[in-house]
Design a protein around this ligand. Sequence first.
Ligand code: IMP
Length: 194
Amino acid sequence: MQPIVFATRNLNKIKEVSPLLSDKIKLQSLDDIGCDDILPETSPTIPENALEKARFVYQNYKVDCFAEDTGLEVEALNGEPGVYSARYAGPAHDDEANMSLLLANLKGEEDRQARFYTVIALIIDGKEHTFEGEARGSIIHHKKGNQGFGYDPLFMPEGYNRTFAQMSAEEKNAISHRGKAVKKLIDFLNQHFS
Ligand code: IMP
């Protein structure tokens, strides 16, 4: 089995991604490699942020790794919160506060279209690769559901009448931004290690 480090401290992301990976891959955490650094996320775009986190781990720990960055882009807010999704309502990374601010900023707005956009940056044998995924949908007026994490209770994917927070992990993964990006990552890794 090939060890690969998932450069994240977000347990929700690890829980979503690990069941999708093939059994050829042994997923390792930052703790497994003794990394207790705060990963840098200072870039102005989602692809650059994903690369920044992966490069940090690769350069400091010399291990094959991948990092992921996701943003919620709302059309009526000119793509906000975007790269600032985690810190929308302040540095506390508070999901409830972020959702309240989003609803307040969309008050009276009829155009509720939005998308989640994920980029996974993989560094393997020193080479960089990126994989993207998006999920289009809309921001509803009141939270619904208690599965998932982040903005899930407010996001209704196109073609569904349930939010991500009203779906099982399998249902969400099948149509989500992260699920799509991870699928591309897996196809690549399966070929690479075949
Ligand atoms: P980051 O990729 O860890 O920087 O996360 C960006 C922000 O988007 C955080 O507030 C997350 O909670 C939120 N987020 C990331 N992925 C999802 C998701 O799949 N559903 C809902 N919110 C998400």
